[in-house]
Design a protein around this ligand. Structure first.
Ligand code: FEO
Ligand code: CA
Ligand code: CA
Ligand code: CA
Length: 605
């Protein structure tokens, strides 16, 4: 706390106004620069990005993927606290396949499917700060891409279970690839966690027979999908033919960013869902606790989860000593009571009604069908739980509830009745989103009881509809909180993700482009720190250890105002946004940016 006081006020920067401009705006005493954009070379031997998107699928597999999302800065050398040299491990959540090649999706070909798969997944790139600027190191031996075809080992209770077995993998222990890698996490032993979110978007079942499990996880006919057409050239995405393949996605994955040869892992003990992120809180005895939101774009009503490891982590050990810690533990779902208390309900086979009679023969079936297990134990249906952040001192936990326009009239999947407003989700419909926080009993992250409150309601303070106004002191216009991070000084950073479709409408008149704000956890003050280019989401956040550089991702600038995922016109790719390359570039590109104070001071202070 003393050190924090020396670093200045919690919120010391000049707030920025809302923006509808096609650029990044930061406070006048700050600067920003692009560090790494879609298509930039990151692996040894990777070619330059071609602005007309004519790089081949094989070239894309050596370059940055398309839609940058959660990320983490790992110092180099390993074990140091360098703030001028490091690795950024990053998620490439999904793609706009109309922007990915010169002529877009017509005609649709096997090569285009391969390029789309190679633009998904994760990456590692090396960065250096020299002469006042960050740059990506070309041909770094650490450079890595993990795509929708990279082999993963399956671990934990579901490994080898019959529901995980496929024709290509009769043992149910090896799966190809990862996609929809949304938010992230880290481990105390220095590895990167990445979370598979809306994976159902890639699978179709046109047989007319949808199982209860498929239905609960949003697997359905191609006409109801997002328009990813991988199944037309890769049969494993046709769930009618390969019904267990979808069960191998929707997990928390882990890999060691310092070892480019390490085999990535899917940890099934942490449950299967539309994983938003996995946020660490360390128990006093060294057990690791992860908080996880389930943000299903289609069902909207999903739950909040927690995983508590059985064993403490091996302090001082690396990945080799700790690689099994996330494979054994207790998995919980949260119930928020109206009186401001709450409880964690164990999702353990044989307990809390999770019996054979209810369809749970083993813990494998509980984790594969985690959503139904959480329904059975009576977990609360939340408004699209997105990122979670833990305060480094108080251990209080904050969660973004991005929005849920179905609350009040819609029904959670497989439930009989519509769900209206409740204490933890107080607006029906909830267009603008809110942030809830909780405090575990005795400040212990392993506790099974907690108390909670609503930290803020987002909105436009001038909106005629009181349900859309929000309640932030002084009135700050922003909507649909998504990314969250609490820095070491205790600032709660909030990033927003409103779709282009919404931003094109009247409700966003006073809110403008997506933005990033800083909140004071005690006073509730919120200040706008950054606004993004047109049609982008602001997501991914991490500081260097000295807190003098803040990395942020600008995702899908130029998203079209169409149903999700908004696809651009390949004949006029810059129609909506030309960020960051401007008129000389060929098309908008997601990118990591670095933000610094002009005087080199602590960011935010
Ligand atoms: Fe990928 Fe819920 O955001
Ligand atoms: Ca998100
Ligand atoms: Ca979102
Ligand atoms: Ca997005």
């Amino acid at each position: 706390l003393e050190a924090a006081r020396e670093e200045g006020p919690l919120l010391g920067f000049t707030p920025v106004p809302i923006s509808k401009a096609d650029t990044v705006v930061v406070p006048p005493e700050y600067t920003w620069q692009v560090v790494n954009a879609w298509g930039d070379p990151i692996m040894p031997g990777a070619p330059d990005f071609k602005p007309d998107a004519s790089n081949t699928a094989a070239e894309q597999a050596l370059q940055s993927g398309m839609f940058h999302d959660g990320m983490h800065y790992f110092p180099l050398p390993k074990g140091s606290d360098s703030s001028t040299h490091g690795l950024i491990a990053i998620n490439y959540e999904y793609t706009d396949d109309n922007l990915l090649t010169p002529e877009g999706m017509v005609p649709w070909t096997a090569e285009k499917v391969q390029k789309s798969k190679n633009a998904h997944g994760m990456g590692v790139y090396e960065v250096r700060f020299e002469n006042g600027r960050w740059r990506t190191v070309r041909d770094s031996p650490y450079g890595r891409r993990i795509t929708a075809d990279t082999p993963f080992v399956i671990k934990g209770p579901a490994a080898g279970h019959p529901w995980m077995r496929t024709a290509a993998d009769p043992a149910g222990r090896t799966v190809l690839g990862t996609f929809q890698n949304c938010a992230n996490g880290v481990t105390p032993w220095g590895t990167f966690l990445s979370c598979e979110e809306n994976v159902n978007a890639y699978f179709i079942n046109d047989t007319g027979k949808i199982s209860l499990l498929e239905d609960r996880y949003g697997i359905g006919p191609s006409k109801d999908g997002w328009g990813f057409r991988w199944h037309e050239f890769d049969q494993r995405f046709d769930a009618g033919k390969h019904p267990n393949e979808p069960n191998r996605f929707g997990w928390v994955v882990e890999f060691d960013p310092y070892d480019p040869k390490s085999v990535p892992v899917k940890h099934t003990a942490m449950g299967r869902m539309a994983h938003e992120g996995a946020v660490l809180s360390l128990a006093p005895d060294g057990r690791v606790v992860y908080y996880m939101g389930d943000d299903d774009y289609r069902s909207k009503f999903e739950h909040i989860y927690k995983f508590v490891s059985k064993r403490p982590w091996v302090k001082g050990g690396g990945y080799a000593e700790n690689q099994d810690i996330l494979d054994e533990g207790t998995f919980y779902a949260a119930r928020f009571h109206a009186d401001g208390t709450g409880e964690w309900l164990a999702l353990t086979q044989g307990k809390n009604g999770l019996t054979l009679e209810r369809g749970f023969a083993s813990q494998a079936e509980v984790v594969i069908n985690a959503r139904t297990a959480a329904d059975v134990v009576g977990a609360t249906y939340m408004d699209r739980p997105e990122w979670i952040a833990v305060h480094p001192r108080s251990k209080e936990v904050y969660v973004s509830l991005s929005n849920n326009t179905a609350r009040g009239k819609g029904k959670p999947l497989q439930q009989k009745d519509p769900v209206g407003a409740d204490a933890a989700n107080p607006r029906a419909p909830n267009l603008m989103g809110h942030i809830v926080r909780w405090r575990e009993a005795n400040g212990d992250p392993t506790a099974t009881r907690f108390t909670w409150d609503v930290f803020l309601l987002a909105g436009d303070p001038a909106h005629p509809d009181p349900l859309k106004r929000g309640n932030v002191p002084g009135g700050v216009a922003f909507a649909q909180p998504d990314g969250l991070h609490i820095d070491r000084r205790g600032v709660l950073w909030i990033q927003t993700d409103s779709s282009a479709q919404l931003m094109a409408g009247k409700d966003w008149e006073n809110i403008g482009n997506n933005q990033m704000l800083a909140a004071h956890p005690r006073t509730g003050e919120v200040r706008r720190f950054l606004t993004g280019p047109v049609g982008c989401e602001i997501t991914g956040i991490n500081f260097t250890p000295d807190h003098r550089t803040l990395f942020v991702n600008i995702q899908h600038p130029g998203e079209a105002p169409l149903p999700h995922p908004g696809r651009n016109d390949p004949k006029n790719p810059k129609a909506i946004s030309a960020w960051p390359d401007g008129e000389k570039g060929g098309r908008p590109r997601s990118a990591t940016i670095a933000i610094r104070r002009q005087d080199g001071g602590i960011v935010g202070a």
